[in-house]
Design a protein around this ligand. Structure first.
Ligand code: PLP
Length: 366
């Protein structure tokens, strides 16, 4: 089976974890501080604050941005549920704006219309590793005094006009879940140039402590462990290489997929570096599940990112969300992610391409 995702953990990560286990510092300690410093430098921001997951990073970022009950946050419905959930956790309401057909990211031209007196922030997601169209998003935010919180969970090392994700808004949030471009097992991080917001996230992630046993606000235990951070330090050194391999794999797939009728390869905007967290193609709705089954039966793992816009999930329906985002709804019935991760060998890529060609002949995809 060629899996849809596979973390690369080498002896170095294993040895570093063993050292941490032997050090006695196994919860948040010096390794977390070192990882934060290195990650901030990599992204090109002044501060990075590590957390227990991408979800808790989003939660902390929203709190630090002052978002709370009665506020609205504009976001995309075509993302992992954590994006919307984090907004609900702080008592705010996600307002879903439709996506762009080509990039699957929030359609920046539709944001302005969704702004009202309750709007406090925009949370774009850099979906599949391709940055959202940040210039118009930041302009709209600037015009209306809104905060911009990037959900960069899928876009470590991606750039927009040469600047890294996580440095493009007021706050950036990353996930280090094992399927991501780099991992810490579970883990997340918040990036920002704003000292005040960085400090707020630091306090909130550890029970609102300004110093030991001095609780100044109601906080959480959203801390990262040194065990996770030490994996992150090693993985960060390899991130550029991992990303280059993802990009090279994507190039190979696109070159061949462009020759197959009925499969649309991913579109890459001119001004971005797309780091291919996912390589997601588009096929007619009536063929998507047939193609998925065909590939799976021949040992090729696939994924559907995502099978429905968030507002169609049961929990959101029960909350009374009744948004209508036609592009997101169509995309959710047409997208299919193929393996693109850096552990793929040439033979794996050849097998993926030849199986797609076979599927095109047998199923007829156009
Ligand atoms: C777009 C997006 N946002 C948020 C998250 C949440 O990250 P985590 O799973 O680390 O909590 C993920 C990852 O799963 C994601 O893909």
């Amino acid at each position: 089976m060629i899996p849809i995702a596979k973390p690369i953990i080498s002896d170095e990560e294993v040895e570093e974890v063993v050292k941490v286990l032997r050090s006695g510092f196994i919860a948040q300690g010096p390794k977390v501080a070192e990882f934060e410093k290195k990650f901030a430098k990599y992204v090109g921001v002044k501060h990075a604050v590590a957390s227990s997951s991408g979800t808790t990073a989003l939660h902390l970022a929203l709190l630090a941005a002052g978002i709370g009950t009665g506020d609205e946050v504009i976001t995309t419905p075509f993302t992992f549920a954590a994006t919307g959930n984090s907004i609900l956790y702080v008592g705010a309401k996600p307002v879903f704006v439709d996506i762009d057909y080509d990039t699957y990211n929030i359609d920046s031209s539709k944001i302005e219309k969704a702004v009202n007196d309750k709007t406090k922030a925009i949370m774009p997601v850099h979906l599949y590793g391709q940055p959202a169209d940040m210039d118009p998003i930041n302009q709209t935010a600037h015009d209306h005094g809104l905060k911009v919180i990037e959900d960069a969970a899928q876009a470590h090392g991606a750039t927009y006009n040469g600047k890294k994700t996580g440095s493009l808004g007021d706050l950036g949030c990353f996930s280090f879940y094992p399927t991501k471009n780099m991992t810490t097992s579970e883990g997340g991080i918040i990036t920002t140039d704003n000292e005040d917001m960085a400090e707020k996230t630091r306090v909130l992630r550890s029970h609102g402590e300004s110093k030991r046993y001095n609780h100044v606000v109601l906080g959480y235990n959203f801390r990262m462990t040194d065990i996770a951070a030490t994996i992150g330090i090693v993985q960060l050194k390899k991130l550029e290489k991992f990303n280059e391999k993802r990009i090279e794999n994507a190039k190979y797939l696109t070159k061949h997929i462009d020759e197959i009728n009925g499969i649309k390869a991913p579109y890459v905007s001119d001004n971005v570096k797309h780091v291919f967290h996912q390589y997601t193609v588009r096929i007619k709705k009536s063929n998507r599940n047939k193609l998925m089954e065909f590939l799976n039966n021949r040992g090729i793992g696939t994924g559907i990112h995502y099978p429905k816009p968030i507002y169609k999930q049961k929990v959101y329906q029960e909350f009374g969300f009744n948004s209508s985002c036609p592009e997101a709804e169509t995309a959710s019935s047409e997208v299919l992610s193929l393996p693109v991760h850096p552990s793929l060998e040439k033979v794996d890529l050849e097998k993926i391409v030849s199986t797609l060609k076979e599927a095109s002949n047998i199923i007829g995809l156009s």
